[in-house]
Design a protein around this ligand. Structure first.
Ligand code: ZN
Ligand code: ZN
Length: 196
């Protein structure tokens, strides 16, 4: 099993968002009774945001954008659904978190930061504040952090390999379902929109 440090290595920094994703992925793997998707597409993740958290989901569950078993829905919600294929057995995890109370100093520093102050003193306080929040997320009782429900889900279509066609304007290949017709000719989306 990968650790939070493995996730930080992949993501490039430690942050509260990554900690959310870590907690969600760990709970999901336990609930779904599976350490990591052992074969491509056995486990499918549907994420409803594109925040730092999703990197933790990818590292820990093996559900990745490139493999086609990570689906992104632009809902701006901290909600994650993990679906087992082919059974459709799924767990939905929603994150709710109350940040630790801020100190007067932190509030002042944050205000100065938003006004453009990037002095070392301010950055240091804000870094500490972020580290404090990350730690709080990692250590929070699961019941206070995550709402976990078992659901049944209609499975997303399997990742498909499409035929390519050649764009008549730029000459580059484009997957057939993404091709457009412009003045009777097959083109790619950038050419269709006039910005190749
Ligand atoms: Zn981050
Ligand atoms: Zn083109």
């Amino acid at each position: 099993m990968k650790s939070f440090n493995d996730v930080v290595d992949f993501h490039g920094h430690s942050c509260p968002g990554l900690a959310f994703g870590y907690r969600v992925a760990m709970a999901a793997l336990r609930e779904i009774g599976q350490e990591k998707a052992s074969e491509d597409e056995e486990l499918v993740a549907v994420v409803e945001n594109d925040s730092c958290a999703v990197d933790a989901i990818q590292v820990l569950t093996g559900c990745t954008f490139g493999k086609g078993n990570l689906t992104y829905k632009d809902h701006g919600k901290q909600v994650y659904t993990f679906i087992k294929r082919p059974s459709g057995e799924a767990v939905r995890i929603s994150v709710g978190f109350t940040s630790p109370e801020e100190t007067e100093e932190e509030r002042n520093m944050w205000k100065q930061y938003t006004q453009g102050d990037r002095s070392e003193e301010i950055l240091k306080v804000l870094r500490n504040r972020k580290a404090k929040k990350t730690k709080a997320v990692l250590e929070a009782a699961e019941a206070e952090l995550l709402k976990i429900t078992k659901v049944d889900v209609v499975l997303p279509a399997e990742a498909r390999i499409y035929q390519s066609v050649t764009c008549t304007l730029c000459g580059e290949e484009v997957a057939e379902p993404r091709a457009r017709i412009k003045e009777g000719k097959v083109v790619c989306i950038p050419c269709f929109e006039g910005s190749p």
